[in-house]
Design a protein around this ligand. Structure first.
Ligand SMILES: [Zn+2]
Length: 319
């Protein structure tokens, strides 16, 4: 049984981002697989080399790279590894990694049109360029093959892929039924809920994915599974999985009710709600704060707790 020679080794890497350190995991099975690879910085590369060395490995020993999602703290270090090894993940990663001209244009058009819907004033539209400038940190390699929901992880019998969308439209987790272990990327974190980031629809012109609703549906499904431990992308391991899921759902509901209360007697656009929720952080992190706000509004709309109304200056929400 190759199950028993499977090992999970955590390697913690520094990032230049507010989130702090990120964890990569070495899966030792029939193949030596690195799950996530940190940012593309010298500090991260050194930490990765040191972490591997402590376990008796070097960068050139890695036989396969797998990413939980395309964000720069998880995929940025892909160029540290041998170019000929398989690089695998959800098909949703590819557009962010390849960054073809057509996608960049699609990205900007989507956010420009969304800004109008959200009531973002012209003077703030520059945030779209800012969003785009961060894309190039996800590394310059593209996936060589894809993993979809239910697939077995190549070289690791017993490990299955679970599509866990919400934080990213490319997000997967790895689950081993034998002992309930899960390598969870940013899906479940011990201290925070991941940001339900807005992304352009996979097919241009389609409706945008409702990231927060996807996220909630996904963690409700995980609640039903016998997961014994989650090895996350940030922070400590999670053993009380149901507790964390309940906390995330409860907090989410509270935040949405807070937004609903703000709209009482005062209809507002998404932008106005965002400024009220994040008066200081908005300017620094427009993408994150708008995603969070849109998530709350999607949640309230889904509950039919608020009413949308189309106006000349975008969508306005009232109770
Ligand atoms: Zn992420």
């Amino acid at each position: 049984m190759s199950y028993f020679k499977q090992e999970i080794i955590k390697i913690t890497l520094p990032t230049p981002f507010a989130v702090g350190d990120v964890h990569a995991y070495l899966l030792v099975g029939d193949t030596l697989t690195l799950v996530d690879c940190g940012t593309k910085t010298e500090e991260s590369r050194n930490a990765l080399e040191a972490g591997l060395q402590a376990e008796g490995y070097s960068l050139s020993d890695i036989e396969q790279l797998l990413i939980t999602h395309h964000h720069p703290d998880h995929a940025g270090g892909s160029s540290f590894l041998r170019e000929e090894i398989p690089y695998i993940g959800h098909p949703g990663n590819q557009r962010w990694l390849a960054l073809e001209e057509a996608f960049q244009q699609e990205h900007d058009e989507f956010f420009l049109s969304l800004s109008k819907t959200l009531g973002v004033p012209r003077e703030y539209e520059g945030f779209i360029k800012y969003l785009r400038s961060s894309l190039r940190y996800s590394g310059n390699r593209t996936l060589t093959s894809f993993l979809n929901n239910g697939d077995e992880v190549p070289g690791h019998p017993g490990w299955k892929v679970i599509e866990t969308l919400g934080h990213a439209q490319s997000h997967i987790s790895l689950y081993r039924e034998l002992d309930g272990s899960m390598v969870g990327g940013d899906h479940l974190l011990d201290r925070i809920s991941p940001n339900p980031l807005i992304e352009p629809p996979v097919k241009p012109g389609e409706e945008r994915p409702k990231s927060l609703l996807q996220y909630n549906a996904s963690i409700k499904e995980l609640y039903q599974m016998p997961i014994s431990i989650v090895y996350p992308g940030h922070g400590g391991n999670i053993e009380d999985v149901q507790g964390i899921i309940t906390r995330n759902l409860d907090r989410q509901h509270e935040r949405a009710m807070n937004v609903k209360a703000m709209l009482e007697g005062k209809p507002m656009s998404a932008f106005e709600v965002c400024i009220q929720l994040f008066p200081k952080v908005f300017r620094k992190e427009p993408g994150l704060t708008l995603s969070e706000t849109v998530g709350q509004l999607d949640y309230l709309l889904d509950l039919e707790a608020i009413q949308p109304e189309e106006t000349k200056s975008g969508m306005v929400y009232s109770i």
